[in-house]
Design a binder for this molecule. Structure first.
Ligand code: ZN
Length: 328
């Protein structure tokens, strides 16, 4: 039974909206929906350029709706957390009165049986609006717009930027060898795997030989030394993002273990200021006490179970330019 580790990367950023989308978003804060005149048509949402020719359009914005006609729809029976409503709803192409093109939005109709092409729907506005498309929570059957929550009015200033939150959640399988390496670390053992074919020794965790493509099981396990030499490093200056707990520059180093070809990548370095680290620095493993067990990262990166990181051993550094090229 394979174990998985779930991870989420979140990346927030801001986007400038430009004169046309900015005007559209600003109007939403005033409970108005704008289109743009494109020859004899009205495009909703408005675009800066004619989608047929690429020609720039004059900024001739016209108010449309707020009531719309459903052109087509699809039912969402099990909404995800990224959907606009927490219960089943329809995504629909809605042609707002006065518009030539449909706007994609949600319709809260109750059941698929209550949806049909040609039905009339009106916006359900948010009481507090920020200049986003979800200032309209959804559309509801009927001709009368409604507002949910306390009405707090429109924008004080034009909306020129929009916050985005790109996010992805993924699952990685954890090889059994990674679990064995983590378990061994609780006994302060640094597990390696010796390939019987090529004779190479690898840091424990992957469970296979990348040269011979064979599985390396428990019978291949060896103990690795707890001392080594830094071959490469990066000084990471943390920028604030969701989940970032570091505030000061910190080091991730590559450590070549003594008497082996094993490199521990992206290892944490402890009690060594970032501006003092150098290639050739001698280091020794630091282990967590049982009381300070650290979160199991599934053997990813340079942290395994109880291995906290690497600390200067006090020995003189090694002056060997070849170390710089040792990264794997
Ligand atoms: Zn091999």
């Amino acid at each position: 039974m394979t174990r998985f580790v779930e991870s989420t990367i979140t990346f927030p950023y801001k986007r400038s909206l430009g004169p046309v989308t900015g005007a559209f978003m600003t109007a939403l804060t005033e409970k108005r929906i704008l289109g743009i005149r494109c020859h004899d048509r009205v495009l909703v949402p408005p675009m800066e350029w004619d989608p047929a020719t690429g020609e720039e359009l004059p900024h001739e914005l016209v108010e449309v709706g707020p009531v719309a006609t459903v052109e087509s729809w699809t039912w969402v029976p099990v909404p995800s957390e990224q959907h606009p409503l927490g219960h089943p709803f329809a995504f629909a192409f809605l042609r707002l009165d006065g518009a030539s093109t449909p706007l994609l939005h949600a319709v809260d109709a109750g059941t698929p049986g209550d949806m049909h092409a040609g039905m009339r729907v009106a916006p359900r506005w948010r009481g507090t609006r920020a200049g986003r498309i979800d200032d309209i929570i959804c559309f509801v059957p009927g001709e009368t717009p409604t507002t949910e929550g306390e009405e707090t009015g429109g924008a004080v200033e034009p909306v020129t930027r929009m916050d985005y939150l790109a996010s992805i959640t993924y699952r990685n399988p954890v090889p059994e060898a990674a679990d064995r390496a983590t378990e061994a670390s609780r006994d302060r053992r640094l597990l390696g795997l010796h390939c019987p074919v090529c004779g190479e020794v690898y840091a424990g965790g992957k469970g296979y030989c990348p040269i011979d493509s064979i599985e390396l099981g428990p019978e291949c396990e060896v103990d690795l030394p707890h001392t080594g030499t830094i071959t490469n490093f990066a000084i990471v200056t943390p920028v604030p993002y969701p989940g970032q707990t570091e505030t000061e520059p910190f080091v991730r180093a590559f450590v070549l273990l003594d008497g082996t070809d094993v490199i521990i990548p992206y290892a944490a370095v402890i009690e060594l200021p970032a501006d003092q680290i150098r290639v050739g620095q001698r280091v020794a493993a630091v282990w967590a006490s049982p009381a300070e067990e650290i979160e199991d990262g599934g053997g990813m990166g340079g942290t395994w179970g109880s291995l906290l990181g690497w600390i200067p051993s006090g020995e003189p550094g090694i002056d060997d330019p070849a170390l710089v090229n040792r990264i794997f």
